[in-house]
Design a protein around this ligand. Sequence first.
Ligand code: ZN
Length: 316
Amino acid sequence: MVMRGAKPEFALPGEPEVQTPPQIQVGSFKVAFLTDGLWLNDGGCMFGVVPRELWKKDHPPDDQNRIRLNLTCPLIIRGSDAVLVDTGIGNRLRDVERRIFGHDDGWLPDGLKAMGMEPGDVTHVVLSHLHFDHCGGVVRRRDTGGFAAAFPRARCFVQRGEIEVARSGGNERLRAAYRHAAECLEPIKDMLEPIAGDTLIIPGVRALVTGGHTTDHQVIMAQDGGEAFVHLADIVPTRSHMKGPWNQAYDLDALTTMERKADYLGRAAAGKWWVSFAHDDRIFTAHVVREQGKLKLSDALAVPDHYGSGLPAGRI
Ligand SMILES: [Zn+2]
């Protein structure tokens, strides 16, 4: 049951006309696939122990070994509830970081506008974890300097353990991974609701802890009327990461990532769930099917071809 937008296209930031984000229906929920735009990141970091020769055809790297990635942020809507899952990079990067990651001001405000919504209409924000490419867009840089909450009326949900790690600064690797966190958390401190373990966000929508990528990484699932959708965030960041050993170098515990993604993808195939990934540059969402023992995608809602990143899209 796919409800596609009239034209599944977005305008680039600054262009006057923005098309409606592609959508699916999941029971009584509408799930719209907003994006904070494409970006670039090192292919080696994205695929960990997998040799470049194996990933480069599906994810062609540029001369700096960067690959094309998306910042998929599903918006789960029912009635007056609008639950935004992750917030992308946003507009907080400095010039040098914008060049490194090939990302500008972010597209979430444009996507909302195309749906006839404003940032103040988002009632809940659920962050899978606090890396900069997931929580950066929870704030917006103000013209007058400093940062303000990007979704000023939303309740913001993050695992308590993730917040503690982000604030602890106790380890060199973790310090680097969360060096942006204070800047993102301070403007939303009165909206932040730390949660501990699996949590009901609104009836039918749950945050479910997976660990793996970070110790308290969570995925978000919507279920209604026998239908289901799950955003797998960074335990399956792209279609290629559906393969067991294909995991990010960033994963703190790749073995847990492998266990959890096998479990979720297996249940998604059995239950005909829609799934989405944090960073796939070609696919917003799809059904998972098992064919001759292998997991594949069907009914894919594609990312429009004209999305710009300066890099050609890889094979699906
Ligand atoms: Zn990520």
